[in-house]
Design a protein around this ligand. Structure first.
Ligand code: HEM
Length: 666
């Protein structure tokens, strides 16, 4: 998700100044048990959090959420919708059949039937009707957690005429994501993302999704990801140099934005061999990418889709900026696609020749009927031979492909000879650019936040990295050995899942647990709730990488039976899971090997806010200090490394220092 963006559709505080009916709203946060005494600023924030949390719990207990407070719609619309809703319930199905005879569109009838006859004879999904303001003022998934503790693994959240089914139960999540995935689409998510991703893999549904998924998955095959590890190392090394300078100057650094730049540089090279170099420069294209990303996030929480008003997009300065940014990125992607196309022509021609030799072609060529039988057997033989040649060719193709100077996904997609329009290709690249960028940046941000709170985990992590990696660039072999580092990432993904909710819409009637649902239901699977549920996890709020045994399997949705979904599950599971995991392991290992990290003195408290992923409200300001050079530990077990890991980082540094004016090292 993925990746996926957790587009939320709950208006953020800034979007609403005037509310109907309710004056104050509770803000709820989760507490963290980290075994360390927080500084006073943080303590203050924490006790305020606890107070707010208690407030919401008290409001839930008082039954406030069992009343209906339609607060977000402008008065006339709100009255209109209220009336419609009550009317429909009152008159029930007879009213609907009357409406049907009067020619009311089926969409309207379906909407009404959802409210009137859903699940006759079945239990009804527990319902938390409430004020949107209760979940509007902060990262929305946090109050959803409180509601989950009250209402259970499935409940309906109703705001006026709008309702969402919130799922926090692993078996229902498994049903929606895997067992009956065909009955669910991306719904709202696809609508919001259309402007930027078109029919890219995340918003796409149906046939387009099926075809593109089949093409894109092989592009991220193991060999490709292994080759990417040196790219992750090089990019992280650039970040290390930046941090070196800051450490030398005694300047604090804002790590969230640095991680965002690191992952943008990596995904640009990995996807289309383009160097954004955003760690060094703020170029127009980098700014354009951020403009589009922020717009996607803002649209996801906007109460009214103003961007759909025809004239608005031409006169609003903000929309004009977004359109200009989109134009710049699309133009750049089109150019990259055009440049890459001729390079793969040779492979395309070869592929076309091999595949053109089909049985029906050969039979059609049979000159006389009496030779047809013989011709057919010869043809089949030929076909078998040609198929073998195609297989060999494919093998060889992979070898050649990996030796190319451009091992990007774009190159692969073009070289694989898939018949795809440039527009679809652009949508796919844009989708992966966004999916593979902010998610990994957020994982790194929260991992370093968690590490700063748990010095014992940091010490253990640094020990492992010193002994496994020493002064070398990571390779695929190191990935298998950096086990504790991987567990740190696994645990960070549990506490801060990116995205915190997965969005679906039912495309047919279904039964979730014991509750029937109708077609057209908007469903939020709360990964946050699943990952923090006290039912499934001991000390569920505690950052404890030890909960994952080092000799156990890498935790995933299958071996954790859908109570752990860092990369989703089922057919729409993240295609970049291995890529992202290795990227995070490389970055964490290289950074903690070189530096110690602490929350900067006087830094604002680290709070969460919702965007495409979980962001901090005011950044992650840290003080970075250089560690004494760790010893180079020869690891005799280590096989000869394929990627040039014999070159130590300090050797590369020396070359780099000769080539550029770099900061002095302590
Ligand atoms: C740590 C980083 C990442 C996390 C946590 C993550 C998480 C996810 C999740 C949870 C989904 C499932 C969304 C859903 O079911 O609605 C997803 C889908 C997806 N992710 Fe990732 N992702 C990450 C990195 C990446 C990277 C690096 C790429 C590309 C190189 C990528 C490409 C995609 C795509 C294309 C999908 C859509 C798959 C489909 O619908 O068939 N992700 N991701």
């Amino acid at each position: 998700m993925a990746a996926n963006l957790p587009f939320l559709l709950f208006p953020a505080q800034s979007h609403h100044t005037k509310l109907h009916g309710m004056s104050r709203c509770p803000v709820v946060r989760c507490s963290y048990s980290n075994g360390r005494k927080p500084d006073s600023k943080e303590e203050g924030a924490k006790s305020a959090e606890e107070q707010r949390r208690a407030e919401l719990s008290a409001r839930i207990a008082s039954g406030e959420f069992t009343f209906w407070f339609p607060l977000v719609y402008p008065e006339p619309l709100f009255i209109h919708l209220n009336c419609l809703w009550l009317f429909a319930i009152f008159l029930g199905t007879r009213f609907q059949s009357l409406l049907s005879k009067l020619g009311v569109p089926s969409e309207v009838l379906e909407f009404l039937s959802k409210w009137t006859d859903a699940g006759e004879g079945y239990p009804k999904i527990p319902e938390a009707k409430g004020a949107i303001s209760a979940i509007r003022s902060e990262a929305f998934f946090i109050p959803l957690y409180e509601l989950y503790l009250t209402y259970g693994g499935i409940f309906r959240l109703t705001f006026g005429p709008k309702s969402f089914v919130i799922v926090s139960d692993p078996s229902i999540a498994k049903h929606i994501l895997r067992d009956n995935s065909k009955s669910y689409s991306k719904g709202i998510l696809a609508e919001i993302l259309e402007f930027v991703m078109g029919t890219g893999l995340i918003p796409a549904d149906g046939e387009v999704w099926r075809i593109r998924r089949r093409t894109i998955v092989p592009a991220l095959h193991q060999k490709y990801v292994a080759a990417m590890i040196s790219l992750f190392g090089e990019a992280t090394n650039r970040l290390c140099r930046k941090l070196d300078a800051a450490a030398y100057d005694g300047e604090d650094v804002e790590m969230e934005s640095l991680f965002s730049r690191l992952t943008l540089d990596i995904i640009g090279k990995a996807l289309f061999n383009y160097d954004f170099d955003s760690l060094t420069y703020d170029t127009g294209i980098v700014e354009a990418v951020y403009t589009v990303l922020r717009e996607a996030e803002d649209r996801s929480v906007a109460p009214i889709p103003v961007w759909e008003i025809p004239i608005w997009k031409d006169i609003s300065p903000r929309q004009k900026k977004v359109n200009a940014a989109l134009k710049l990125i699309n133009g750049t992607l089109d150019d990259l696609i055009a440049v890459c196309k001729p390079a793969t022509k040779k492979q395309l021609v070869r592929g076309a020749f091999m595949y053109s030799l089909t049985a029906s072609d050969l039979i059609e060529m049979a000159p006389h009927k009496f030779v047809a039988l013989k011709f057919l057997s010869d043809s089949l033989y030929l076909l078998m031979v040609s198929q073998r040649m195609v297989d060999e060719e494919e093998l060889q193709f992979h070898e050649e492909y990996m030796n190319e100077s451009d091992p990007s996904i774009l190159h692969f997609l073009l070289a694989s000879g898939d018949d795809v329009t440039s527009k679809q290709l652009r949508d796919d690249l844009m989708t992966m650019l966004i999916a593979g960028h902010e998610t990994t940046a957020a994982v790194l941000t929260w991992t370093f936040y968690l590490l700063s709170k748990e010095p014992s985990v940091m010490a253990k992590l640094q020990n492992e990295v010193d002994s496994v990696l020493g002064d070398r660039f990571p390779t695929i072999e190191h990935m298998k050995k950096l086990k504790y580092t991987t567990r740190v990432i696994n645990e960070s993904l549990r506490l801060y899942p990116q995205p915190p909710v997965l969005i679906r819409r039912s495309t047919g009637d279904d039964i979730l647990g014991k509750y029937p649902i109708k077609r057209g239901e908007d469903i939020f699977i709360s990964v946050w709730n699943l990952h923090r549920s006290p039912k499934h996890w001991e000390d569920s709020d505690k950052f404890n990488p030890e909960r994952w045994p080092l000799d156990g399997p890498n935790p995933n949705e299958t071996n954790q039976n859908f109570s752990y979904l860092p990369f989703g599950g089922g057919p729409r599971k993240c295609v970049g899971d291995m890529f992202a995991s290795f990227e995070a392991v490389v970055a964490v290992a290289m950074l903690v090997r070189r530096f110690n990290f602490q929350i900067a003195l006087g830094a604002p408290p680290v709070r969460m806010t919702t965007g495409a992923t979980i962001h901090t409200t005011e950044g992650l300001k840290m003080t970075v200090t250089r560690r004494p050079q760790p010893p180079v530990v020869p690891n005799l077990e280590m096989p000869v490394l394929k990627v040039d890991s014999s070159v130590s980082i300090s050797e590369v540094e020396q070359v780099a220092q000769k080539c550029e004016v770099s900061p002095a090292h302590s």
